[in-house]
Design a protein around this ligand. Structure first.
Ligand code: MN
Length: 434
C-alpha cells in the first residue's frame, strides 16, 4: 500500500492559484493522470493541477525530468497511459514527486513550467488507456439484497467477489452521449418483445486500472496486489434492466451492460488515495475469507473512504438552468470486497491481468435510502416514482436525461481531493434498420 510522503503534505500549495481553492478537485496533493487532445492534435498524456493540465511531452522536452521520473513521463506522454501502468507504481511515484516539486508554490522552475500548462477548457479528454479487458463486480451487500427478488444473497457472495466479464470496446469517456439500446425484454403481460429498452438505469461505481499485472498461470498474492493497482476513476455501468432481467438466466448479463460504460477521464493514483484508506468491510468471524483473499494490510486499510454522488439533469432542467437533482449519495466503504481482493480472485485461476485492464467495483449502494446507487433500488424495481424537482418525476432514465457522477475524498489532517466528473446523456434508441 502506498505510504504518506511529502507529496501528501497538507501545507503544500501550488503556484497554480486555481489548485489552492478549498473545493478544487485537483490540488497539488492529487495530481491525477489523463490523456487529452488539443485542437485537432494527437492524444497525449498530462497531469491535472487546478484548472490546468501539465503537458508531459512538453515538460520532457524542456528537460525537467531525470531518472525514473523521466522514464515515467516518457511512458505517460503518449496516446495512452498503458506504458506507465506497465512500469509500475514506483515509477508513477517518482513522476508524482517530481511534478509536485515543479508545481509547488516555492518551485524554482515556475517560469519554465508556466508555459507548459494547457487550460482544461481548451482540451478534449479521451480514454486514458487502451482497455484490453473490463470486468464488473457485485460487491455491495445492500445492492445485492435490494436487487434480489427474494432478498436471498447468492451462495458465493461472502466467499468470493462475484463478477462477470463485461465489454472493453464500449467503454467511453465522460461527455460522450450514450444510446438507449434496442433489445429483448418482457412486457407487463409477460410477452417477450424487441425494441427500445424501457427501464434504462445507471450504476454508480468506482473503476480501478490495473498496473503491471501477471503472466498467464501465475496468480497474484494479497501481499503483491497493491503493486498491480494503478489508480481509480468514476464508472457508470449503464444497465438496461428489462434486457438484463430476461437475458441473465443462467449465464449472467450480456447486452444489458455492453451497450456502453462511461468513465471519468482522470485516473487518481493509488498513491494519491493513500491518506484516504480505510478498513475493509466488517465481517462476522464465521465469514472470514479464505487465506488467499486475506491479509492484515487489506483488513486494516483495503478500502477507499470516498464520498460518491449521482445527479440527474433533465432537458427541462438544462433549459431552465436548474441545479442537477441529487439522486444518490454513497461511499466507497460500502463494498464487501476490496479492489485487492477483486484482483487476487480474478487472477487466482491463473488468468493474466494486463496493464490498462479495468475493474468496476459494482454498484456502491449502502444501507440508507439516499445511498441507493442505481434507480432499480430507488424505484423498488420499477414500481415507484421519485421526484427530481421542478414538477418532474422519474422511474427510469428518460431520453435526454444526463447522469453525472462526482467523488471526493476528505479526511481531517489531509487536503481533500476529487475525481472530477463522469457524465453521459441518454439519447433515444436508433430506429431499427429495415
Ligand atoms: Mn455494475
Amino acid at each position: 500500500m502506498a505510504t504518506l510522503n511529502a507529496t501528501h503534505d497538507p501545507a503544500r500549495k501550488s503556484w497554480v492559484e486555481s489548485a489552492n481553492a478549498a473545493d478544487c478537485d485537483f490540488p497539488i496533493q492529487n495530481l491525477p493522470l489523463g490523456v487529452f487532445r488539443k485542437g485537432g492534435g494527437k492524444a497525449q498524456g498530462g497531469i491535472a493541477i487546478g484548472d490546468q493540465i501539465l503537458d508531459l511531452a512538453a515538460a520532457l522536452k524542456a528537460g525537467l525530468f531525470s531518472g525514473a521520473a523521466a522514464e515515467a513521463a516518457q511512458a505517460a506522454a503518449g496516446e495512452t497511459l498503458n506504458s506507465l501502468m506497465a512500469l509500475g507504481n514506483e515509477h508513477a511515484s517518482a513522476l508524482r514527486a517530481r511534478v509536485s516539486d515543479l508545481l509547488r508554490a516555492d518551485s524554482a522552475d515556475k517560469r519554465k513550467v508556466e508555459t507548459l500548462l494547457v487550460p482544461m477548457s481548451a482540451v478534449q479528454m479521451v480514454l486514458p488507456a487502451k482497455i484490453g479487458s473490463f470486468t464488473d463486480y457485485l460487491c455491495s451487500v445492500d445492492h445485492t439484497k435490494r436487487m434480489s427478488q427474494t432478498g436471498d444473497m447468492p451462495p458465493a457472495f461472502k466467499s468470493l467477489p462475484i463478477a462477470y466479464h463485461s465489454r472493453a470496446s464500449s467503454v467511453r469517456i465522460s461527455g460522450e452521449p450514450v444510446r438507449r439500446p434496442n433489445g429483448q425484454f418482457r412486457t407487463h403481460d409477460g410477452k417477450v418483445q424487441f425494441g427500445p429498452e424501457p427501464s434504462q438505469d445507471y450504476e454508480l461505481e468506482i473503476g480501478c486500472f490495473i498496473g503491471p499485472g501477471n503472466a498467464l498461470g501465475a496468480p497474484i498474492s494479497m501481499r503483491e496486489a497493491p503493486k498491480h493497482i494503478f489508480g481509480f476513476c468514476l464508472l457508470n455501468d449503464w444497465s438496461a434492466r428489462g434486457i438484463q432481467r430476461f437475458e441473465s438466466t443462467p449465464l449472467g448479463p450480456f447486452l444489458s451492460k455492453s451497450l456502453s460504460t462511461t468513465i471519468s477521464p482522470w485516473i487518481v493514483t493509488a498513491e494519491a488515495m493513500a491518506p484516504f484508506r480505510a478498513p475493509a468491510y466488517p465481517r462476522d468471524p464465521a465469514d472470514e475469507p479464505f487465506p488467499h483473499l486475506s491479509s492484515p494490510e487489506n483488513k486494516a486499510e483495503g478500502n477507499l473512504d470516498l464520498a460518491l454522488e449521482a445527479f440527474i439533469v433533465s432537458p427541462k432542467m438544462k433549459t431552465s438552468g436548474a441545479k442537477p437533482a441529487a439522486v444518490t449519495r454513497t461511499s466507497g466503504l460500502n463494498t464487501y470486497w476490496t479492489f485487492a481482493q477483486m484482483l487476487v480472485h480474478h487472477a487466482s485461476n491463473g488468468c493474466n491481468m494486463a496493464p490498462g485492464d479495468l475493474l468496476g467495483s459494482g454498484t456502491m449502494s449502502g444501507p440508507s435510502e439516499e445511498s441507493q446507487a442505481c434507480l432499480a433500488e430507488k424505484n423498488k424495481r420499477g414500481t415507484e416514482k421519485f421526484d427530481i424537482g421542478g414538477g418532474e418525476m422519474r422511474t427510469w432514465i428518460e431520453d435526454g436525461d444526463e447522469v453525472i457522477f462526482r467523488a471526493r475524498a476528505a479526511r481531517a489532517g489531509s487536503v481533500s481531493i476529487g475525481f472530477g466528473e463522469c457524465r453521459g446523456r441518454l439519447e433515444p434508441a436508433v430506429p431499427w434498420p429495415s
